[in-house]
Design a binder for this molecule. Structure first.
Ligand SMILES: CC(C)=CCC[C@@H](C)[C@H]1CC[C@H]2C3=C(CC[C@]12C)[C@@]1(C)CC[C@H](O)C[C@@H]1CC3
Ligand SMILES: C[S@@+](CC[C@H](N)C(=O)[O-])C[C@H]1O[C@@H](n2cnc3c(N)ncnc32)[C@H](O)[C@@H]1O
Length: 432
């Protein structure tokens, strides 16, 4: 009996030894092997994916640059407005107009919206390829709205709006500043002069970059300004590079605000400030209301915006990235006697100075009809490239939607957010 117990005990010990010495290390090494194997193959896959994305974005970049040369010609930066419009390549213009408008088929369902969000880069690039000359002809070289004081002329009001943002972002002499979606550099030139800072303007439109560089040289600001091609959904600067970042009526072209703000957060230095005039639908907007949705769609179509987000989405996006929001102020929500959208109304009572008559005529309802007639005649006789009338048609929708959105306060182009990256922020990544 005792012997049997001893034999059982010995068998248990042997099994135990086999388990401890052979099976467990076997399983452990198998586990270890599979973890290492998985890690390596995952790394290889991620690298392959990153390389694929890099090469796709390089290919897109190259294609857009070549297309831009074809459409606008060499030395395109020097021509502006109507004279630039008359020197376009006809086939390339048609292609650009189609690329911009192909997904604007009147549909507002989720699938249609999804397609426009996916196509954001190409369609926005195409939008600015075909509207930039009109913007410059009708508005000037700062592509944004502003508030107007009584008696203040158009140019002064536009500049003041830029100064205000620079002030709110606490931009000072010597700061390195990023201008996200810089257009043809109107605001960057004004802010560089105003503060004596250094600005890098980022833009995904080659034509506008060429123009911005040309203007910077013309105004002797080339030592303070640089303009680079890039997508604000994927910023390629080193983390913690900029003292300040600002964006004026540009990030509304983003398919996802959180991802875009996250990129900005990443390149800002800890303690740095991001100030933005955001285009958003206000709290009054109700997506299920047909009249509201129509206004929103006109704004999206005419301004090349894949989806207009509500103010709550923007607010939450900033917070979720880790920003500390210092200012949250809709500058359009006021009792100004001259509303921000006045140039598009055609109401002469708002014109503030004699010097604004030309601008007001071009931007007003009758001025736009006149431009449309002029462009359609030029297109018919082969002076303006084909597709130009489609562009003036789309811009007309923009003007109508913007005025309706402004009057009803369903929309604001100047939702001011000033946000700080905390001093103790993890130096590379945002929290989201
Ligand atoms: C698209 C975004 C996010 C901002 C641009 C804001 C404004 C600068 C533009 C919005 C609608 C544009 C129109 C014109 C100029 C620039 C805008 C006001 C025109 C007045 C240009 C001349 C055309 O004949 C009519 C345009 C109507 C829309
Ligand atoms: C309405 S304009 C404003 C330009 C400038 N901030 C100004 O006020 O004059 C919008 C700008 O955003 C740029 N943009 C749009 N999508 C972009 C993207 N994904 N990456 C970089 N820039 C972009 C456009 O090319 C255009 O220059």
């Amino acid at each position: 009996m005792i012997k049997q117990i001893y034999i059982k005990r010995d068998i248990c010990i042997v099994i135990h030894i086999i388990l401890v010495v052979l099976v467990i290390p076997g399983i452990s090494s198998l586990l270890l092997f599979s973890i290492v194997f998985n890690y390596i193959s995952c790394k290889i896959r991620t690298n392959k994916q990153t390389n694929k994305m890099d090469s796709e974005s390089n290919e897109l970049r190259q294609r857009q640059a070549t297309f831009s040369k074809e459409l606008h010609g060499q030395h395109a930066g020097e021509k502006t407005g109507m004279s630039a419009l008359l020197s376009k390549n006809n086939n390339a213009q048609q292609e650009a107009v189609n690329k911009y408008l192909r997904l604007w088929d009147g549909k507002t369902d989720k699938d249609a919206e999804e397609r426009r969000l996916e196509d954001y880069n190409e369609s926005t690039h195409s939008y600015y390829n075909v509207v930039t000359d009109f913007y410059e002809y009708g508005w000037g070289s700062s592509f944004h709205f502003c508030r107007f004081y009584k008696g203040e002329n158009f140019q002064a009001a536009v500049a003041r709006h830029e100064h205000y943002l620079a002030h709110m972002a606490e931009i000072k002499q010597g700061d390195l500043v990023l201008d996200v979606g810089c257009g043809v550099g109107g605001p960057a030139r004004e802010i560089a002069r105003f503060t004596n800072c250094n600005i890098i303007g980022l833009n995904n439109n080659d034509y506008q970059i060429e123009k911005a560089k040309w203007y910077a040289k013309e105004s002797g600001l080339q030592d303070h300004l640089q303009f680079v091609k890039g997508d604000f959904m994927n910023l390629e600067f080193e983390p913690n590079t900029f003292d300040k970042v600002y964006a004026i009526e540009a990030t509304c072209h983003a398919p996802n605000l959180e991802k875009c703000y996250n990129e900005i957060y990443k390149v800002l230095k800890p303690g740095g400030i991001f100030a933005v005039y955001e285009w958003v639908m206000t709290d009054k907007y109700d997506e299920t209301n047909e009249e509201h949705r129509k206004i929103c769609y006109e704004i999206e179509l005419g301004d090349g915006i894949p989806k207009m987000f509500s103010v709550d989405v923007a607010r939450k996006a900033l917070k979720d990235c880790g920003f500390e929001v210092l200012v949250d102020d809709d500058l359009a929500d006021n009792t100004d006697p001259v509303p921000w959208y006045y140039p598009l109304t055609g109401e002469w009572k708002y014109v503030q100075t004699l010097s604004d008559i030309g601008t007001f005529f071009r931007t007003s309802y009758f001025g736009r009809k006149f431009t449309n007639l002029m462009v359609s005649t030029m297109e018919k006789v082969g002076l303006a490239p084909e597709g130009s009338v489609k562009v003036t048609g789309a811009l007309e929708e923009a003007a109508v939607g913007l005025v309706a959105g402004g009057r009803s306060k369903l929309f604001t182009p100047m939702m001011l957010f000033v946000a700080k990256k905390p001093l103790d922020a993890d130096s590379t990544t945002a929290t989201a």
